[in-house]
Design a protein around this ligand. Sequence first.
Ligand SMILES: NC(=O)c1ccc[n+]([C@@H]2O[C@H](COP(=O)([O-])OP(=O)(O)OC[C@H]3O[C@@H](n4cnc5c(N)ncnc54)[C@H](OP(=O)(O)O)[C@@H]3O)[C@@H](O)[C@H]2O)c1
Length: 324
Amino acid sequence: MATMKAIQIQRHGGTEVLEYVDLPRPEVTGNKILVKNHAIGVNFIDIYHRTGLYKVSLPFILGHEGAGVVEFIGEGVTDFAPGDQVVYMASDCYAEYTLVPSSHAFKIPANIKFKEAAAFLLQGLTCWTLVTQSYAVQKGDYVLIHAAAGGCGLLLTQLSKLLGAHVIGTTSNAQKAELAKKAGAEYVINYTTENVVEKVNEITNGLGVHVVYDGVGKDTFEVSLAAARRLGTVISFGNASGLVPPFTIARLADKNLRLMRPSLMNYVTTKEEFQKYTKELFDLIQENKISLLNVQVHKLSDAKKAHEYLESRKTTGKLILELV
Ligand SMILES: NC(=O)c1ccc[n+]([C@@H]2O[C@H](COP(=O)([O-])OP(=O)(O)OC[C@H]3O[C@@H](n4cnc5c(N)ncnc54)[C@H](OP(=O)(O)O)[C@@H]3O)[C@@H](O)[C@H]2O)c1
């Protein structure tokens, strides 16, 4: 039986539960393709799966995106052939091979490398749907983006700017602030030392922002509600600092706020949705409308290091696990 290397967890916990193991290589069937991975994206959700913040059935191979070469195709597959270079969303991605539903694979345009494709996909789709579907950013909007130098933060900043918004980013240090500015933030607030709501009010003549994109969660949620203007929108899309505590919806009446908690998976559930948004994302990349400002690369066997960096707030931009 063919085997492969993978990062698996047998129990939830710290980075010590990430095991680099030999597992059987998956067999391709039906509408699936078997991809030999070259680059695998690391996302915050991988940390939630490892710690058990989001429960998964164990044992579990982490990871939700990758890029590589199609090795085998199932009997129902018509869109792909062995040798195609693809980027995809699937489960079990921290591995040499991943079984991918062909509905959620996309041929990588010729001028884009595996590493870039994997670095863009999940966070790019998240941010593109956040600025077009969760709240459609309008020209002239004031947009507050927490953790603006993070993987999602840098893409949200670029996309909001592209749509004509004034971006206010928050970061935890000056080096991250510089990067957020490079991505297009007009203003950056250090949310560990400055009063974000006061600063936002200074910038917006006391009105507040049209929309807040909050992937930090527990530590920033109250700030997000306070920084939004009357009739504004708060999009809470993640929990890097912990889950937002239970919340009384009557509080939204203070300013007639809209509050949403979107998940990417519910925007790209069907083949049509995944292909449409992925095509739009890769068009933006090819037109040089968005770029990767920072990508940190680790070996698959060093996934522990990648997790340690990401959860200790030491990273900017995207983390990738590379295989070749
Ligand atoms: N809803 C969805 O479908 C979806 C999809 C993708 C990602 N997300 C969410 O988007 C958020 C960002 O994900 P990402 O992968 O791009 O990560 P990231 O932003 O690159 O990293 C997280 C950043 O959050 C900030 N942060 C603040 N408090 C933190 C804490 N206590 N622990 C760790 N980080 C803290 C840090 O930036 P500073 O040092 O500047 O504070 C850190 O760099 C996550 O919450 C993730 O779950 C959601």
